[in-house]
Design a protein around this ligand. Structure first.
Ligand code: PLP
Length: 368
């Protein structure tokens, strides 16, 4: 089908305008006569590309001068360990909040490098609700407090920000970075791997406050040492040059759309359409409590789980791809990142209603 939509959690659908620009510039990048794939990372052309990407990101998010932007590799999963290696040094302990699949992974990795206290957990409610702030017990000695602003596999998202007092707030924002305005000065550090909302896999963005740069444990690899990477402008070794170039194009695209306010408005519109369909149409349900529902990853279920395969097959016939839930959680999931147009969600909702009317059994059989 010509116009198909991918609801994959990542690597995700890209803005079409960006793909076209990559194609057009592929053989001659910025008048250099070379492809972006051939440009040395130490050269002037790549240097300008990386600087422009960073400048555009700083403008989009209003990043203060006192924060560094790092372009790293290894994905968010690497950051689970690297945050601990780089930041735990001061006290050897950190606070974590457990809200789903990804925060659980972050906790598991961090435990290898120091003491981790889980100061609030949603495990008891089956990961359907973010623990309310009043129930958290932050430790004054914690080097930082780690949250996952959007749980990609479970469909939970913070719609408020905690203030853990003395210790800096650190957030995995992989699946909701750039989907809404962000008060970066409320955080000590945030990180996001690119393949959800930024660009191709292979790039991880870290935004870190200056005063947190020099606390790395001695065993921290040089390429993963925030201080060393900041000092070399993320060019300690070869950076993921194509992914940085593409991220720059995506930042330009977001700006041209109207910036993060527009992304937030679109996100609200798309997710509202879909949650209304889930709540109002027989055959579907969403286990997540309303005030914690993710606007980026809508996780839902079919009341009859045996129909999942036939739902997915029918969806593909309608040009709607990658709606299977996360492997660890099952069910269905529609990821509605920035590049997903409203028309994709409208088509999904139409298909869901059609599928429901074909498969819901009548409540009572007619008497002959
Ligand atoms: C996808 C995702 C990860 C893992 O990212 P990788 O790039 O595969 O390491 C971690 N955290 C969140 C919130 C995610 O959505």
């Amino acid at each position: 089908m010509e116009d198909s939509y991918s609801f994959a959690a990542g690597p995700a659908q890209m803005p079409n305008e960006v793909l076209v620009r990559i194609r057009d510039e592929m053989l001659n990048c910025r008048g250099s006569g070379q492809s972006i794939l051939e440009l040395p990372f130490t050269g002037a052309v790549y240097g300008a590309i990386a600087e422009q990407a960073e400048a555009r990101l700083r403008q989009l998010v209003s990043i203060p001068e006192s924060y560094r932007v790092l372009f790293l590799q290894g994905g968010a999963y690497a950051q689970f360990a690297l945050v601990a290696m780089n930041l735990m040094g001061s006290t050897g302990r950190a606070d974590y909040v457990e809200t789903g699949h990804w925060s659980t992974r972050a906790i598991g990795e961090a435990r290898r490098y120091g003491r981790v206290d889980v100061i609030a957990s949603a495990e008891g409610n089956g990961f359907t609700r973010i623990p309310p702030w009043q129930t958290w017990c932050p430790n004054p000695e914690a080097a930082y407090c780690h949250i996952t602003t959007n749980e990609t596999a479970d469909g939970l998202q913070y719609h408020w920000l905690p203030d853990p007092g003395g210790s800096p707030l650190v957030a995995d924002m992989t699946s909701d970075f750039l989907t809404r305005p962000l008060a970066i000065e409320r955080f000590g550090l945030i990180y996001a791997s690119a393949q959800k909302n930024i660009g191709p896999a292979g790039l991880t963005i870290v935004i870190v406050r200056d005063d947190l740069l020099e606390q790395a444990q001695a065993c921290t690899p040089g390429v993963f040492n925030y201080g060393i990477q900041a000092a070399s402008h993320s060019r300690t070794n070869t950076p993921p040059t194509f992914a940085v170039y593409t991220a720059g194009l995506v930042f330009d695209w977001i700006s041209a759309q109207g910036g993060l306010d527009t992304m937030a408005r679109n996100s609200l519109q798309k997710s509202r359409l879909l949650y209304e369909a889930i709540d109002d149409t027989p055959a579907y349900s969403c286990p997540v409590e309303r005030d914690c529902r993710s606007l980026s990853n809508v996780c839902f279920r079919l009341d009859n789980p045996k129909l999942v395969e036939s739902f997915l097959e029918g969806a593909e016939r309608h040009g709607l791809f990658n709606l299977r839930g996360h492997g660890a959680r099952g069910g269905l999931r529609a990821s509605l990142y920035n590049a997903m147009p409203v028309s994709g969600v409208e088509r999904l909702v139409d298909y869901m209603k059609e599928f429901s009317s074909q498969h819901s059994s009548p409540k009572s059989l007619p008497i002959i």
